[in-house]
Design a protein around this ligand. Structure first.
Ligand code: PEP
Ligand code: MG
Length: 878
């Protein structure tokens, strides 16, 4: 029989797949003897079966639930119906991968009209009992019956202002009782049914609601953003309640064992006295720094420090711990590896190695590739900041980055405006999970309430998005769409700048500077390099990009796209002269001019690369891309080339192609105009020989694009080699160079064995290879790919992540065949997938030699190569 429910003491941390992260860690903490309230976990399997089978808990699960409850009652010596020892529980979701704020929580479950009185009597605190009941009514109403939380909140706030209560805690027992009565009526009006009084009904409905919430919109969006598969489901944890809201000797909080923003090795946390869990995370009241607990409850603080240290040592990573204090008694409600900024991630990983807690390989696994990408975020220019007008300086630096954009006040507007191409800043008093899509669409998020662990802060950090929370010196009015700051007001659409690293907000756009990387970053990247096997090269052609790529640790250049070098006005006209020449003689004359430009460029590139390999690809795009489009431009080109306008138009029309991507491009250009590639190869080798004379032994690799037959390659190879040999004789110097091809067509894959005998290297151009394998236009696939993913036809965009079944199979087959006939052949990837972490895992397993990507993706790719090496696994390559 399948086991659907595990008591906490039956689980352990390795059981995350089944018990979810929260359940597995609660079980583990119990095993460690920490003060964890007792409970049990319904498995992720129960969730998936529930969702797949008509959304009803099966008889088997219900039977097991009754058994577990009985055993639980025995262990806790409490029950839902006991006047002596009343059992109340929390119900919380917990997937294998933490999804903060995405799923729902219900506290105080088990209370009803009768039990609230028992609780009041037992605790001798009627106010507390009704406070628990009104919270249950709110949470249950929202999570289980979809009643908008605003209906409860609005009444609650109106009630407070009617009687001039400043804080929630000022409302007396009879007030809370009245509020509960009102809430119960809300059920009748909104859900057309009463709040269920039977605790077992409450429990069953709550479990079902959590399972259902796995499939709600915001969970779906979060999963998509974080590449979390649907099929893993969520577990549900049922846990005995402990009360942080039972007076001023009680409280609740969240703490990180190290600072999640800077990575500093010091406990970092917040708590609220006389409050329940959600109060801290929701950011409605501004919490106190955990340091203050040292003064308010020294022994609890001391005990918590010990627990925090123990958990960090045990999990070998920074922990994010939720705790509750009930009458000065500490309880731990959750631990997990804490979300952190990219800087903090690196800092913590380096510190943990230096403290001897983890190895370099473990450190490499502790940092997400996404974090590395975030480190390449911009900052504001110091001088521009000094001149800028500050409008808020009380905010908290919740998530670093610098962003400017138009103010918007709702997630919907954020999404809408972003879709129209605007940069937007989402401003809200606080955010909630409903805002997730708006947060994704925004460049930055600003809130007036909430601390460093508020929803906005946690989610933005996870996304690597600039965020400032708790700006108490401004007022955000989402109804009138206005922001009031000390010296004025702002309206929707006004531009502001947000400094996520300092927590400041400025008027208008402020200039940004490139990101600076710390010494820890260099150390960490060095370790990644030590661990990795697969090399990372860059796709670049400008000196700035090449320098950046080498600073980021690239081992060479995997792709110089020579066409990018023709776009300056002076070069473009020569290219146009070449394309628009009727005779070979005229073409050669035009090419002689172009060759000078190419030589200058190649010399610069090869010099920057030194002895590192540099793949230069010969011209690839369809020629009409270089031709003038507007009438005005055409007139100017006709004048420059000394031809009539109509002649020019006629010629341009003759070059027009129905399917340019399948047309006269790639090596086909040199089959028709051999002088083109000969000139480029000559320019490469002349530059290399010139540098050789200066003592720089550079390693150019000449690459022919879009090959689909062996004879296509051998024809061009013969012409290129002939030219180079003559050049070597002329210059009395031998050149080091390799000659290879891109693998971009399915046919090239199929003939890999024969092609490999002729090539020094292969480089998979996965952009074209994906396009031609699927028959999806790489320029237009955006129009339908979303529909494919929404309907579950494709679970990835194959232009962003390798399609293992099809394109992956071609790559594997090609690699195996090529190596079987030419064991020294070098094989790499230079399409977009060369920078994608999931694809890199596969390329590493295939034992390719390198991946190549744009310079700013190099550090992330480097970490991906290191992580895939630690994960291990090889696909058989002969
Ligand atoms: C490719 O096709 O993957 C490639 C790198 O070439 P381009 O994107 O320039 O066509
Ligand atoms: Mg290509």
């Amino acid at each position: 029989m399948t086991k659907y429910i595990y008591a906490f003491d039956e689980g352990k941390k390795a059981m995350k797949d089944l018990l979810g992260g929260k359940g597995a860690n609660l079980a583990e903490m119990k095993r460690l003897g920490l003060p964890v309230p007792d409970g049990f976990t319904l498995t992720t399997q129960a969730c998936i079966e529930y969702l797949n089978h008509g959304s009803k808990l099966s008889e088997e699960v219900m039977e097991s639930l009754h058994e577990q409850l009985e055993a639980f009652s025995k262990r806790t010596k409490k029950s839902f119906s006991s006047e002596e020892a009343l059992l109340l529980v929390s119900v919380r979701s917990g997937a294998k991968i933490s999804m903060p704020g995405m799923m729902d929580t219900i506290l105080n479950l088990g209370l009803n009209d009768n039990n609230v009185k028992i609780l009041a009597e037992k605790t001798n605190d009627e106010r507390f009992a009704y406070d628990c009941y009104r919270r249950l009514l709110q949470m249950f109403g929202e999570v289980v019956y979809d009643i908008p939380m605003a209906l409860f909140d609005t009444y609650f706030n109106q009630y407070k202002s009617r009687y001039h209560y400043q804080n929630d805690a000022d409302i007396p027992a009879e007030g809370l009782r009245e509020i509960c009565e009102y809430y119960k009526n809300v059920y009748l009006e909104e859900a057309y049914k009463p709040f269920p009084q039977e605790p077992i009904v409450q429990l069953t409905e709550a479990i079902e609601a959590v399972f259902k919430s796995w499939d709600n919109d915001r969970a779906r969006v979060y999963r998509q953003l974080n590449e979390i598969p649907y099929g893993i489901g969520t577990a549900v944890n049922i846990q005995e309640m402990v009360f942080g809201n039972s007076g001023n000797q009680s409280g609740t909080g969240v703490a990180f064992t190290r600072n999640p923003v800077t990575g500093e090795a010091k406990l970092f946390g917040e708590y609220l006295l006389n409050a329940q869990g959600e109060d801290v995370v929701a950011g409605i009241r501004t919490p106190k720094n955990i340091e203050t607990l040292k003064v308010q409850m020294p022994h609890v603080h001391q005990q918590f420090l010990k627990v925090a240290q123990q958990l960090e040592m045990h999990y070998k990573d920074m922990q994010d711990i939720e705790f509750t204090i009930e009458n000065e008694q500490l309880y731990i409600l959750q631990t997990r590896n804490g979300k952190r900024t990219a800087n903090a991630a690196i800092h913590i990983a380096v510190d943990l190695v230096e403290e001897g807690i983890i190895s370099k390989k473990e450190a490499v696994m502790n940092v997400e590739v996404k974090s590395i990408d975030q480190l390449l975020h911009p900052n504001f220019d110091d001088n521009a900041l000094e001149a800028a007008t500050i409008i808020s300086k009380m905010g908290l630096p919740a998530s670093p980055g610098a962003a400017s954009g138009q103010i918007v006040f709702s997630a919907e507007t954020a999404k809408l405006k972003a879709e129209q191409g605007a940069h937007v800043i989402l401003m809200r008093p606080e955010t909630s999970p409903e805002d997730i899509e708006g947060m994704i669409a925004s460049k930055a998020i600003v809130t007036t309430h909430g601390g460093m662990t508020s929803h906005a802060a946690v989610v933005a950090r996870g996304m690597g998005k600039c965020c400032v929370t708790g700006c108490s010196d401004i007022e955000i009015n989402i109804i009138d769409k206005k922001v009031t700051y000390p010296n004025g007001t702002l309206n929707e659409g006004d531009i502001i700048s947000v400094d996520g690293a300092k927590g400041d907000i400025y008027l208008d756009e402020v200039k940004t500077t490139k990101a600076e990387r710390s010494k820890d970053f260099e150390t960490f990247m060095q370790w990644s390099e030590e661990v990795a096997r697969l090399d990372v090269r860059m796709n670049a052609e400008t000196p700035q990009d090449i320098q950046a790529g080498y600073q980021f640790g690239a081992k060479g250049i995997g792709l110089v796209r020579t066409e990018h070098m023709f776009f300056g006005a002076e070069r473009l006209i020569e290219m146009r002269r070449f394309i628009l020449s009727y005779t070979q003689e005229n073409r050669i004359n035009a090419l002689n001019k172009i060759k000078q430009y190419q030589k200058e460029d190649f010399e610069t590139i090869l010099k920057l690369s030194g002895e590192r390999p540099t793949i230069i690809r010969l011209l690839d795009p369809p020629l009409h891309e270089f031709l003038p489009k507007s009438t005005e431009e055409k007139h100017s080109v006709a004048r420059q080339l000394n031809v009539s306008f109509s002649e020019l138009e006629h010629y341009i029309a003759s070059l027009n192609e129905v399917n340019p991507m399948l047309g006269h491009r790639g090596c086909r250009l040199a089959i028709t105009y051999p002088e083109l590639y000969i000139m480029q190869a000559e320019a490469i080798v002349e530059s290399a020989l010139k540098l050789k004379q200066q003592g720089i032994d550079c390693q150019p690799e000449i690459m022919i694009p879009l090959v689909s037959s062996v004879s296509e390659f051998t024809t061009l190879k013969a012409q290129i080699i002939d030219k180079i040999e003559r050049l070597e004789i002329e210059m009395d110097e031998s050149a080091h160079y390799l000659l290879g091809t891109m693998i971009e067509t399915p046919r090239a894959c199929l003939i890999a064995e024969d092609l490999a005998k002729e090539c020094d290297f292969f480089s998979f151009g996965t952009n074209d290879l994906t396009q031609l394998t699927f028959g999806f236009s790489r320029d237009d696939a955006g129009k339908f790919i979303n529909a494919y993913s929404e309907q579950g036809i494709l679970d990835i965009d194959p232009f962003q992540t390798l399609d293992l079944e099809g394109v992956g199979q071609l790559i594997q087959r090609t690699t195996e065949q090529a190596k079987s006939v030419n064991p020294t052949i070098k094989i790499g990837v230079c399409g977009e997938l060369g920078g994608d972490h999931r694809s890199i895992q596969y390329f590493n397993q295939l034992e390719l030699d390198y991946v190549s990507c744009s310079p700013f993706r190099v550090p992330g790719a480097l970490l991906s190569t290191a992580q895939s090496e630690v994960k291990g696994g090889r696909l058989r390559v002969q």
